[in-house]
Design a protein around this ligand. Structure first.
Ligand SMILES: Cc1ncc(COP(=O)(O)O)c(C=O)c1O
Length: 390
């Protein structure tokens, strides 16, 4: 059969995920593999989530709740927004694709940082829209250049905060200055997949209750006690109806295998996405696991602390080896191995360590790694010492 594929589909380069552990086991016949390539949570799965799904394994003959009611309601409560402001997806990947399909198409453009998360480009191309890349300024998003690149064709702008793969971030002041230049009909998608790991208190956080209260207070005359409002779970208006917040359970909540992400945005946008999403886009177990993980504060804290300690350890060891690392607000960072990164990536595989080469992202001598458990971090350092001295 002769396939008749539109050019815009053929222009897509398939996404290349981090090398799976099973694949390396098969290829090299080794065990105890350390995977630091996909920004995953090394601590495991929330015990509350494991328990919750265990109670439901025998009812998988039923379709999921297509509205994901409990999870959606829980997220709305957590962030002091209306139920109608929340949509969940099969990973935040799903919501990125839904946004592109709903709001792009021939002749419409989406601005995005380069390099950044590759699924923006893939989803935009798949929808027939045009990706417009705006190169980073050093390792940071160039918010001025992004704002200056807006044209009549621009329908949406992707901002990644912190950015993947560089770990850089922008502050609330920088974001406010950016938004002041953006027309009222352009969506600004703020992808906060890693925000839970951020350590700079000035990072822009699109769902921060205090920021939203302050914004909304600008339009209110009565005096409001900030503390009592946030604890009373009053619904607080979103920062701005142009802003779409994307978050995920894959990183800080340790549920990458379940595929659950969520978006918080203007309810009209949510209602458009509901028209085109698959009816059961988040499976039953994933809904249950995510709702349980949201309440597992102990696991959440452990994951964040393990990650911070791991990153601090790795950065210290690498600097002692004379290897430059770049500052990060995420659960990963770049390191400059001063050699062909893909070669180093391959050599590390022989020691059972999976990293990510940043060659195709424009950093030919950099690897990107996330922190693992303490023994995994030590194994990484030991292997890198051997590889670098080769
Ligand atoms: C910046 C960014 N956004 C979104 C995602 C997708 O996350 P999910 O697993 O929720 O699809 C990733 C995954 O690595 C990411 O790095």
């Amino acid at each position: 059969m002769r396939l008749n594929v539109p050019d815009y589909i053929m222009s897509i380069k398939p996404y290349e995920p981090g090398k799976p552990i099973d694949e390396l086991e098969r290829e090299y016949g080794i065990k105890n593999i350390v995977k630091l390539a996909s920004n995953e949570n090394p601590v495991g799965t929330s015990p509350l989530a494991v328990k919750a799904i265990g109670d439901h394994l025998a009812t998988m003959n039923r379709y999921p709740d297509g509205s994901a009611f409990k999870l959606t309601a829980k997220l709305a409560e957590r962030f002091n927004v209306k139920y109608e402001n929340v949509i969940v997806g099969n990973g935040s990947d799903d919501i990125i694709a839904l946004l592109a399909h709903a709001f792009l198409g021939t002749g419409r453009e989406a601005l995005m940082p380069l390099p950044s998360f590759l699924m923006y480009e893939i989803s935009v191309r798949a929808s027939g829209g045009t990706p417009v890349m705006v190169t980073l300024n050093g390792l940071s998003l160039d918010l001025d250049a992004l704002a200056n690149s807006v044209t009549e064709k621009t329908a949406m702008i992707f901002l990644t905060n912190p950015n993947n793969p560089t770990g850089s971030h922008f502050t609330t002041t920088e974001f406010d200055a950016f938004m002041a230049k953006i027309p009222s009909d352009v969506m600004v998608i703020v992808d906060e997949a890693y925000i839970e790991f951020a350590r700079d208190p000035n990072i822009f956080n699109s769902l921060n209750v205090e920021n939203r209260l302050r914004n909304s207070l600008l339009n209110r005359t009565e005096v409001i006690d900030l503390e009592s409002v946030s604890t009373a779970r009053e619904i607080i208006p979103l920062v701005d109806s142009r802003v779409i917040s994307l978050r995920t359970f894959s990183k800080a909540y340790g549920l990458a295998g379940f595929r659950v992400g969520y978006g918080i945005m203007d309810s009209e946008i949510v209602s458009v996405l509901h028209r085109i999403r698959q009816p059961f886009n988040v499976n039953s177990l994933a809904q249950i696991a995510a709702a349980a993980a949201l309440d597992d504060y102990g696991f959440f804290e452990l994951g964040i602390k393990t990650m911070h300690k791991g990153i601090d350890y790795l950065v210290k060891e690498l600097s002692a080896m004379g290897i430059k690392t770049f500052p990060t607000q995420a659960n990963f960072f770049l390191l400059d191995v001063k050699r062909d990164a893909t070669e180093v990536f391959k050599e590390m595989l022989r020691y059972g360590i999976i990293t990510r080469s940043m060659k195709s992202y424009g950093f030919p001598s950099c690897l990107r790694i996330s922190a693992g458990l303490p023994n995994e971090n030590r194994a990484f350092i030991e292997a890198l010492k051997k590889v670098i001295s080769l």
